[in-house]
Design a protein. Structure first.
Length: 389
């Protein structure tokens, strides 16, 4: 199993007077630390208008800066928000090829359907989003490899044009799809592109079932979107490696993971009641985003139920404004097999579960919430010495 990095560019409020520029300087320093530790690819996401959750609104710019600051670390976009109102396929192809050239052929391209706040911000038609992602996968490899490209459909038109530049990697950079539901994992496989999945506290076994959908889709892949099939499966989860359990608690890693999970519904526009019910059921909360009845629910409901598991109770108390200690946060997350936080031995044991379900890449989210920058750098160093190498 390969070790990658997954990054949202976060800083939990309050910021204690730090400026935005300092956050990006820290990201560049962490990317250099990831390269020194032996990580393979740095994956950057894309979000807009959500400063409480992510400052990754211009991921191509950040990835270019990382590529210019490193020599071997690959840079991946996980993923471009692919509905046409957000990112037109022609512009995606141009930016991606440019980044591949500037990085010396180290770029990986993922596409995402997105949802929630991003759809609202850009006026995306939810009924058309999945088909637009599928079309983008069909178009972009052609733009990269054909001397002249044209497209004529009801939703997107390009007259015959030479699309420049062409990527350095031949036939083109690897393609991936960000997946959060059985349908999206199957779609990625059917298109012949890699799958990038997330846990968000759901059990590793649930994610294993999603990866099987990707394998099933690959078996049905009659016409790959790209010139080559990418059968790999990547999985994102929270990872923080510390010298000891006590140090992991002091660094606030578990608290930061709970903060992340509680902040995400604001971005994805999922009512909290549904979000928590999905976690309680051992499912991925993002898979509720397309449910038509969501608009009828109170988006702020966080009432604690008698049958709520401990982690859901702690999440709800945090959402209600109650102060949760680092110790209690750690005790709530430690039993979950999907969360990798603790000393090197503990983290190594947790990671074996991901390897067992067939994950080719573990996308370690190392910078999240309020974990101090110095602790993130130390986590990279420890991971490099005890897990990666």
């Amino acid at each position: 199993m390969k070790f990658d990095v997954f990054c949202e560019i976060q800083r939990a409020f309050p910021w204690h007077g730090k400026d935005e520029a300092s956050l990006f300087r820290e990201i560049l320093a962490q990317a250099r630390a990831a390269e020194a530790a032996g990580f393979g690819t740095w994956w950057q996401v894309e979000h807009h208008g959500s400063p409480q959750f992510s400052y990754s609104s211009a991921p191509e710019v950040v990835l270019t800066a990382i590529a210019m600051s490193t020599k071997t670390l690959r840079v991946g976009h996980a993923g471009v928000l692919a509905p046409f109102r957000i990112n037109a396929p022609l512009r995606v192809a141009e930016r991606a090829a440019t980044l591949d050239l500037l990085s010396g052929g180290r770029f990986e391209l993922g596409l995402a359907k997105s949802g929630g706040k991003e759809w609202e911000t850009f006026g995306v038609d939810p009924d058309a989003a999945r088909d637009e992602v599928r079309d983008a996968f069909r178009m972009i490899p052609r733009m990269w490899t054909e001397k002249e490209f044209s497209w004529d459909s009801a939703t997107y038109k390009v007259p015959p044009r030479e699309v420049t530049p062409k990527p350095l990697q031949k036939p083109h950079p690897r393609l991936w799809q960000t997946c959060g539901s059985p349908e999206s994992f199957y779609m990625a496989g059917e298109l012949g592109v890699g799958a990038l999945g997330t846990t968000l506290l759901s059990p590793v076994a649930f994610l294993g079932e999603m990866l099987k959908e990707h394998t099933r889709g690959l078996a049905a892949c009659a016409e790959p979107a790209g010139k080559v099939v990418n059968p790999e499966k990547g999985v994102f989860t929270f990872v923080h490696v510390a010298e000891s359990r006590a140090q992991a608690i002091a660094n606030g890693a578990a608290w930061s993971a709970l903060w992340y999970v509680n902040t995400a519904p604001v971005v994805f526009k999922v009512p909290r009641r549904v979000w928590y019910d999905m976690i309680k059921a051992g499912l991925h909360p993002n898979s509720a985003r397309d449910t038509a009845a969501l608009s009828e629910l109170d988006p702020h409901e966080v009432e604690i139920q008698a049958d709520d598991p401990h982690v859901v109770q702690v999440l709800k108390r945090m959402a209600q404004g109650e102060e949760i200690s680092h110790e209690e946060a750690h005790e709530a997350l430690e039993p979950l097999d999907s969360v990798v936080i603790g000393d090197p031995g503990h983290c190594r044991d947790k990671l074996r579960a991901y390897e067992a379900i067939g994950a080719d890449r573990i996308m370690c989210m190392m910078q999240f919430g309020a974990i101090p920058h110095e602790a993130v750098l130390r986590s990279f160093d420890l991971a490099g010495r005890h897990l990666v190498k």
